[in-house]
Write a protein that binds this ligand. Sequence first.
Ligand SMILES: NC(=O)c1ccc[n+]([C@@H]2O[C@H](COP(=O)([O-])OP(=O)(O)OC[C@H]3O[C@@H](n4cnc5c(N)ncnc54)[C@H](O)[C@@H]3O)[C@@H](O)[C@H]2O)c1
Length: 374
Amino acid sequence: MMDHPLGVALIGTGFMGKCHAMAWRNVATVFGGAHPRLEVLCDMPETRARDFASQFGFARASADWQAAISDPAVDVVSITTPNGLHRPMAEAALRAGKHLWLEKPMALTLADAQAMADLAAAHPGQVTILGYNYLRSPAFQAARELIASGRIGRPLSFRGVYDEDYCADPGLPWSWRMTHEGGGLGALGDLGCHLVSQMVALMGPVAEITAMTQIAVPQRPSPEGPRAVENEDSAFALIRFASGAQGSFATSRVAHGRKCRLQWEVQGTEGTLVFDQENMNQLWVHRAGDAGFSRHLTGPDQPDFAAFCPEPGHNFGFNEQKVIECRDLLRAIAGGAPARPDFAEGLRIERIIHAMAASQGQPVRIEEDLHEAA
Ligand SMILES: NC(=O)c1ccc[n+]([C@@H]2O[C@H](COP(=O)([O-])OP(=O)(O)OC[C@H]3O[C@@H](n4cnc5c(N)ncnc54)[C@H](O)[C@@H]3O)[C@@H](O)[C@H]2O)c1
């Protein structure tokens, strides 16, 4: 961890802005090292920035994101703004010599994500990390270790879903999120990319995808009258992994009753693992010959749990995942383990979700260096 404090700029104070702020304030308390200097909080209008600078404990407020990024007291920038601002803000931060914590998805289009990954590669001294927080939970890290150690044998298949219902009401007003220009992809960019991040972490690189997408509510009400929804409400995919294993994948933002149903199951030659983010403190494990599944309750035997709490069963939470993500970023800046997923790894996730959006029932090969991705 860092032994000298880094200066932080945080852009955005919505759902993820608050989540990043809590992580920046807590990371040294949980993991040790120097407490970051919370230098600039940026949002629009300036009154909002000022209110949240005071609430979040930042020294200064700004409504000018370019000034916040180029501020000489700032070493690292957290970007938690809508998807369409990710590319300009991330590129400005890289060009200004800053380390970068960017929310998912990387950008609106695959071409944008490619350009961002290229620019990051041209700045190898600067660390990038993407907000794939579900990779950080102790139960998920434990599952990854169990698979890597061969505990369920050779993985044969992955079955994953990520469903929410935030667009299930057809009366929900039209918004920029439902356009290619404002939101990019729909359910795949919002939710599916998280499931892909977990899927490839558990199963390795994807070789081929066949997918279908659906717009369930083609028009939504707006003050100007009904407006068209451009991006997918749901998507289904069949997957062939480079290892030869197979997978199924589904995501929806119109799934009534589902709040954060990020669920997957990995079946191997010697056992099965089951996880559900809505019950994120439980990992279910079956080994061949067992009578049923055993519940592995989150506790200090799982990675990173003990830094928060000495006792099992006292439950780990969504926002704590972000504290681990922040630790991973600081550790990489200090020269420790690389931050993952960085922009290069994030680009692979983008390739997969954009291939799903483009497939329309036809197989799409994922062209990448599979050895590098493994
Ligand atoms: N990792 C996760 O689990 C997760 C969860 C939700 C959202 N996200 C991602 O986080 C990002 C933000 O989503 P959110 O739900 O926090 O959105 P939000 O609407 O709650 O917050 C966005 C913030 O950006 C600010 N903003 C907009 N334009 C700005 C500008 N020009 N300058 C400064 N600030 C500006 C807004 O005022 C607002 O505070 C999205 O990319 C989304 O995909 C990630």
